[in-house]
Design a protein around this ligand. Structure first.
Ligand SMILES: [Zn+2]
Length: 375
């Protein structure tokens, strides 16, 4: 089912091995996001080549299209999308929560109109567990309420954050009961909420630990709060999660955010940033970010990142990928995606090695300094 061991520690940073039903994951790790079951522009073999070990699928989107009854015919998402490694699915809560105008939240669950065809739908902890079981994800996330940072420009009050966190705890208990009733033998992760308040975060983390999950995620960050608040809550929460279970920071973030997360003891990350930015012509390099569509790269014969060993940087120039993106050739988005995902996965590899060697702090300072210097 699931086994997690931490082999090395360097400060709060951890080097570990997560065993899931579809394979092993070396941590810390970044998980590319495959919203509709595919990481945009990336075949499973291309994902393997950039070093992906585990990918993420979105329960909400797969539930609407193609629908769980289709994926069930293939025995789950692995049989459908051809990715043989581990898959983590989110609970659908975050997407439903993002539909602000279309939804109605009650204690039972969330009613909403399908953004595809307007059908009236109802998502609850129980239905989320049924869908994620049908998808046969290696890691299932509990159905929770993502506490917003602000509503219509007003920063939410502490009592609102507390009420939201308490509802998420009740939904966490229902999620676990439903998961067990379905005889699901994959892993189930709890999600710590509590907004920007340390005492609420601690209460949430302790209550989830009492319920008992295979791993713990930090939710409700990178939802519009100032960076300093995110870092404060992360630095408080991550080291307080169960030391022998995997820790996952949801939906975060820039390369600097990911390095900061590892520094605080987080093992798993996901974010659309590397894939989305690639399609928009924003490329990550060890010397800062590069706006590839800028006219200055029109005849630049160097690789996107001369220090990068990805398929794109080994074979193509900035000028060529710039050209492909300017004329909207799909290969332009694909090559940029290969590079950006390789960049994220390669810094994870470098961090794993630095933690093993006991030199993570020096690696971190060096990385941040070079990135800040710019291209
Ligand atoms: Zn590259």
């Amino acid at each position: 089912m699931l086994d997690f061991t931490v082999s090395h520690r360097d400060g709060e940073a951890r080097r570990g091995l997560l065993r899931l039903r579809h394979g092993e994951v070396h941590t810390p790790i970044f998980m590319p996001v495959g919203t509709y079951g595919a990481v945009k522009g990336m075949s499973p073999s291309a994902l393997e080549e950039v070093g992906a070990q585990i990918i993420l699928g979105n329960t909400f989107h797969l539930w609407l299209r193609p629908g769980t009854e289709v994926i069930e015919k293939f025995g789950g998402l692995h049989g459908f999308n051809g990715w043989n490694g581990p898959i983590l699915t989110d609970s659908g809560g975050f997407q439903v929560w993002s539909l602000a105008a279309l939804r109605n939240i009650s204690e039972e669950g969330v009613r909403f109109a399908s953004p595809i065809n307007g059908d009236r739908l109802f998502l609850t902890p129980e239905t989320s567990m049924q869908i994620q079981t049908a998808l046969n994800a290696d890691v299932v996330m509990i159905f929770d309420e993502c506490t917003p940072y602000e509503i219509k420009g007003r920063i939410i009050e502490k009592d609102e954050a507390a009420a939201s966190m308490q509802r998420s705890l009740r939904w966490a208990r229902r999620s676990k009961s439903a998961f067990e009733a379905l005889n699901n033998n994959n892993a189930l992760f709890g999600i710590v909420q509590g907004g920007m308040h340390e005492d609420l975060r601690l209460e949430s983390a302790q209550a989830l630990d009492d319920i008992g999950f295979h791993g713990y995620a930090i939710g409700g960050l990178s939802v519009g709060e100032p960076k300093a608040d995110m870092q404060r809550v992360l630095a408080f929460t991550a080291p307080r999660l169960a030391p022998h279970k995997p820790r996952y920071l949801m939906g975060v973030g820039t390369p600097e955010d990911v390095v900061e997360g590892v520094h605080q003891g987080v093992d798993m990350f996901d974010c659309v940033m590397p894939t989305r930015n690639a399609r928009n012509g924003s490329l990550f390099t060890g010397r800062g970010d590069l706006r590839l569509r800028n006219a200055r790269y029109r005849d630049d014969s160097s690789a996107i990142d001369p220090e990068c060993r990805c398929y794109c940087c080994r074979n193509f120039s900035r000028a060529y990928v710039h050209h492909l993106q300017r004329v909207d050739e799909m290969l332009g988005a694909q090559l940029a995606t290969i590079h950006n995902l390789h960049f994220y996965l390669d810094i994870m590899r470098q961090m794993r090695e630095a933690i093993e060697a006991g030199c993570f702090q020096r690696w971190r300072e060096d990385f941040l300094k070079k990135r800040a210097e710019g291209v």
